[in-house]
Write a protein that binds this ligand. Structure first.
Ligand code: HXC
Ligand code: NAP
Length: 303
C-alpha cells in the first residue's frame, strides 16, 4: 500500500492495541500496515504462523513500531483464549479487534458437502463470534472501551449465489454487529462493519477466480466492466475506512455496515450470479484449481 495516501495524522492511533485476525495476508495485512503507520501496536494471527511472522517482520522493517505475530486457529475457542491471555499478560489489553479472517470458495451449492459448508461457516460465522465474545467479555469485566470492525461483503444485503456458506456466515456477522452495538453499547463498546467490493488478493482470487490446477488466480485480468467506476478498490481506500471506524474520534458511529465497492452492488449486484452459465467442465476445473490452492496453503499451517 502507498501509505502516503492515508488520510490521517501520523499519531492518530498511538496508544491503541489492535488485533487483526488473518493479518498475515491480503486485506488484513494492509490494515495492519495502516494501523502500524498511524502509531498503533498491532497483533496479527493466522494458522500459518510463519506467514504471520514474516509479515510482522516486513512491516516493522518498513515502518518501525511493534507488530506481534500469533499462530492461532480462530475455529478453536481454547486457542483464542490462550492467545488473548498472552496478549493481555505480555503486552496489555487490546483496544480494538478486526474480524478479518475468512475462508471461501466458489461452488455450486448442490456440489457442497456438509464438511464443505462447515469449512467456511466454522471460520467466518463461528470463529469470528468466538473471538468477539472472548475479547468483549474481557472489556466488560475490566470496564474498558473497545471497538470491533468486521470485514463482510455486500452479499449481506442481496445474497451470494455460488458462495452460499460465505454469504450466510457474513450475514450472521452483520446481525452480530447490529445486535452487539445495542447490547454492549452501554459498556462503551462499538461494533461496525465494512462490506468491500473487489480488492484483488492472492487468497481470495485463488478461490473465487481460479485459473489453473496449480492453485493460481486471475489477479491481473479481473473483470471491471460491472463496476460503475470501472476499477477495483485500492488498498489505501479500504484502510482509510477501517481507520476511521476503529480509531478514536468516531465514537458515536455504532452498529453500521458500510459498503466500499464503487457502487458495484447497486449497479450490478456485485455477486457471482454470472456463473449461472457455467457447466460441469468449468466447475470441475475451478474445483481442481481451488483445491490446489488449498493444499499449497495447508503445507504452511503450523496450528
Ligand atoms: C467444493 C470444496 C472446495 C471446492 C474445498 N472443498 N474446496 N468443495 N468446491 N472448491 C471441500 C473439501 O472437499 C472438504 O469437504 C471441505 O471443503 C473441507 O476442505 P479442507 O481443505 O479440509 O478445508 P480446511 O482445511 O478447513 O480449509 C478451509 C478452506 C480453505 C475454506 C477450504 O480454502 C481455506 O483455508 N481458506 C482460507 C483463505 C480464504 O479462503 N481466503 C479467501 C477469502 S475471500 P469433503 O466433504 O470433501 O471432505 C472472501 C470473500 C471475498 O471471503 C469477496 C470478494 C468480492
Ligand atoms: P486472504 O488473504 O485469504 O485472507 C484470509 C486470512 O484469513 C488469511 O490470512 C488466513 O490465514 C486467515 N484465516 C483463515 N482461516 C483462519 C482460521 N481458522 N484462523 C485464523 N486465521 C484464519 O483473503 P483476503 O481477500 O485478504 O480476505 C480478507 C477478508 O476480506 C475476508 O474476511 C474476506 O471475506 C473479506 N473480503 C475480501 C474481499 C476481496 O476482494 N479481497 C472482498 C470482500 C470481502 P491462514 O490461512 O494462515 O489461517
Amino acid at each position: 500500500m502507498d501509505t502516503s495516501k492515508l488520510m490521517f495524522r501520523e499519531d492518530l492511533m498511538a496508544g491503541e492495541r489492535i488485533l487483526v485476525t488473518g493479518g498475515g495476508t491480503g486485506l488484513g495485512r494492509e490494515m495492519a500496515e495502516g494501523f502500524l503507520k498511524l502509531g498503533a501496536e498491532v497483533h496479527i494471527c493466522g494458522r500459518r504462523g510463519g506467514v504471520c511472522e514474516e509479515t510482522a517482520k516486513e512491516l516493522m522493517d518498513a515502518h518501525g513500531g511493534k507488530v506481534v505475530a500469533h499462530a492461532c486457529d480462530i475455529r478453536v475457542p481454547d486457542a483464542i483464549t490462550e492467545m488473548n491471555d498472552a496478549i493481555w499478560s505480555g503486552h496489555g489489553a487490546l483496544t480494538g479487534l478486526v474480524n478479518n479472517a475468512a475462508g471461501n470458495f466458489i461452488s455450486r451449492t448442490e456440489d457442497l458437502s456438509v464438511r464443505g459448508f462447515d469449512a467456511i461457516a466454522n471460520i467466518v460465522f463461528r470463529g469470528s463470534f468466538y473471538m468477539t465474545h472472548d475479547i468483549g467479555k474481557r472489556w466488560i469485566e475490566e470496564k474498558r472501551k473497545g471497538s470491533v470492525i468486521s470485514i463482510l461483503t455486500t452479499w449481506v444485503w442481496n445474497g451470494g449465489p455460488f458462495v452460499v456458506p460465505s454469504a450466510m456466515s457474513k450475514a450472521g456477522l452483520n446481525v452480530m454487529t447490529q445486535s452487539l452495538a445495542v447490547e454492549w453499547g452501554r459498556h462503551g463498546l462499538r461494533f461496525n462493519a465494512i462490506a468491500p467490493g473487489p480488492f484483488p488478493t492472492e487468497g481470495a482470487w485463488a478461490r473465487l477466480s481460479p485459473d489453473s490446477s496449480e492453485g493460481g488466480s486471475n489477479l491481473e485480468d479481473t473483470d471491471r466492466s460491472g463496476n460503475p467506476m470501472g476499477r477495483v478498490g485500492e488498498m489505501h481506500e479500504l484502510v482509510n475506512l477501517a481507520v476511521f471506524l476503529l480509531a478514536p474520534g468516531a465514537d458515536y458511529v455504532n452498529g453500521q455496515t458500510i459498503a466500499i465497492d464503487g457502487a458495484m452492488y447497486n449497479a450490478s449486484g456485485g455477486n457471482f450470479s454470472m456463473l449461472s452459465n457455467w457447466g460441469d467442465a468449468e466447475w470441475k476445473a475451478a474445483r481442481d484449481a481451488i483445491e490446489g490452492a488449498n493444499q499449497k496453503d495447508k503445507t504452511k499451517r503450523t496450528v
